[in-house]
Write a protein that binds this ligand. Structure first.
Ligand code: SF4
Ligand code: SF4
Length: 294
């Protein structure tokens, strides 16, 4: 079966690869070192299911093909809340899953859709399939779209016909802009996995408890992507769900202190920020305001 015709309805960048073995030893060692050094911060779940993380064939019995799809989310609308770009539209877990399920349900054989929902080394497999290259800021760059892309995957028991894409690697050359610009100093020249313990994206969304210092955004952090020359191709996404609603765009930091929990839930329930709780957002606001004042 021709995979190109199966995926044409998506009209999105994609790449596929045959699953003939586990991840390569270098990638496995890199990940284990990252855990050993504690750079996963409080995300202890990252150490769970090491066998599945090593070999995606264990995620679906008889899996033979992995399809990686990029969902661009870059938007350039002005909005009142300083939050990361990925957090401005509808929750990508919902959007990406819906679209991939619609395609997967037309495929023969068994399949499984994974959107940040399975212990799958997503960026590694996307790079290995030829969808893009991982930069020093740990983001996957998709040619023509930059790094502002959500990733979604379909595991399938079928052996499809498709044109394999060349593997892209080391896209950065001598550049180190993201390393110099990162407020948490959590990146390195050797493409090492970032240190979540000082990453503002982790701190503002995942971290519970006090923040260690000021933050540059109320939720998430785009600095290492905004400074990146590989993002000069980024264009506003054609996916309407990833653009902010008018109601969301009108919110400003001044609206937050008086916000009730029910209004907060109504506003953020279908947002990529639905992991955040109101007290966390207010904590982030305090740390952000310190930045603005000083
Ligand atoms: S998201 Fe922000 S804090 Fe985290 S690595 Fe990128 S620039 Fe640094
Ligand atoms: S800013 Fe430079 S070093 Fe960082 S990911 Fe982009 S190209 Fe690579």
């Amino acid at each position: 079966m021709d995979l190109n015709s199966c995926l044409s309805q998506l009209d999105l960048p994609w790449a596929a690869c045959r699953l003939t073995g586990p991840i390569e030893p270098y990638a496995d060692a890199q990940f284990r070192n990252w855990l050993t050094e504690g750079r996963n911060a409080s995300m202890g779940y990252m150490a769970n299911y090491p066998d599945l993380r090593r070999d995606p064939r264990l995620l679906l019995e008889g899996a033979k093909t992995l399809i990686a799809v990029a969902f661009p989310y870059y938007t350039d609308e002005h909005i009142g809340l300083p939050v990361a770009l990925y957090a401005r539209g509808r929750d990508y877990h919902e959007v990406v899953r819906e679209r991939l399920m619609a395609v997967a349900s037309t495929l023969p054989g068994q399949w499984r859709v994974c959107v940040d929902s399975a212990p799958l080394r997503e960026r590694y497999w996307a790079q290995r399939a030829g969808l893009g290259a991982i930069g020093r800021n740990n983001q996957l760059y998709v040619p023509g779209f930059g790094s502002y892309c959500f990733l979604g995957f379909i595991l399938s028991t079928e052996e499809f016909d498709f044109e394999p894409k060349p593997r892209l690697e080391n896209p950065c050359g001598d550049c180190r802009r993201c390393i110099d610009a990162c407020p948490g100093q959590c990146l390195g020249e050797d493409y090492r996995a970032l240190d979540a313990r000082s990453c503002q994206s982790y701190l503002t969304i995942e971290h519970r408890g006090e923040l260690p210092g000021r933050v540059s955004s109320l939720a998430g952090c785009d600095i290492c992507q905004r400074v990146c020359p590989l993002n000069r191709d980024a264009r506003p996404t054609a996916i309407a769900d990833f653009h902010p609603t008018e109601e969301f765009a009108r919110l400003t930091p001044a609206d937050l202190p008086a916000m009730t929990p029910s209004r907060f839930r109504a506003l953020f329930r279908h947002s990529a920020l639905n992991r955040l709780r109101l007290p966390q957002l207010l904590r982030n606001l305090t740390a952000y305001s310190e930045k603005t004042v000083n």
